[in-house]
Design a protein around this ligand. Structure first.
Ligand code: HEM
Length: 178
């Protein structure tokens, strides 16, 4: 998993609980990387899960809620750093439809070792999109947060229903609200 995911998780955590708590969590977690992360490095996803697990008691959030909040944080990071990607799409559903076939394809060109999920998408009606998420990593709630924040970025309200699809993913039913 790319280092940027770790450095942004730690940035969000520092804002929420402060640097001292984050340092203590990193010290206590059993991390194969030793607890030092750079944006350009790559680290195992198990380290991300260990940090999230260690942060939970300090935030009062469940693993799921924290992952989902982090998805929102990460989407806003993408908007800030790659505004053209979002501006180039007419709306949130077009943006979400392009993640698998365009955006993550570009990510893969830049970072051949990136661990990316797969998505299959289908329109279900006006303002409705189904995304079938497949990943070897347990990041469904993170994905949920990315999707919600992506719609919010376009100034729209949304209902996202998430149905787990064991063993490796989930179905997201996304309905824009008028
Ligand atoms: C400018 C937009 C985007 C960029 C640049 C981007 C890039 C990335 C990068 C660099 C990673 C980490 C890869 C790794 O750790 O090895 C990632 C992971 C991920 N991305 Fe994107 N992404 C974008 C938008 C989105 C959107 C809108 C979604 C929402 C569906 C999404 C879903 C995910 C998920 C769920 C993961 C975690 C990996 C997994 O689930 O297995 N991404 N993305």
């Amino acid at each position: 998993m790319k280092g940027i995911v770790f450095t942004e998780l730690l940035a969000m955590a520092e804002q929420a609980v402060g640097e001292a708590v984050v340092d203590a969590v990193l010290d206590e977690a059993e991390l194969s990387s030793g607890g030092v992360f750079t944006a350009v490095g790559s680290y195992p996803c198990s380290d991300l899960m260990a940090i999230v697990g260690g942060l939970c008691p300090h935030t009062g959030m469940s693993v799921e809620a924290l992952q989902r909040a982090f998805g929102g944080w990460m989407l806003r990071y993408f908007v800030a750093h790659y505004p053209g990607v979002f501006a180039g799409k007419p709306g949130p559903l077009e943006m979400l439809e392009s993640v698998d076939g365009e955006i993550h394809v570009e990510v893969r060109k830049l970072y051949p070792d990136a661990e990316l999920p797969r998505f299959r998408t289908a329109r279900r009606g006006a303002g409705e999109l189904q995304m079938i998420y497949t990943s070897a990593r347990p990041l469904t709630a993170f994905c949920h947060g990315l999707i919600e924040a992506c719609v919010a970025h376009y100034g729209m309200a949304v209902e996202v229903r998430c149905t787990p699809r064991p063993p490796d993913g989930a179905v997201f039913d996304i309905r824009l609200e008028r």
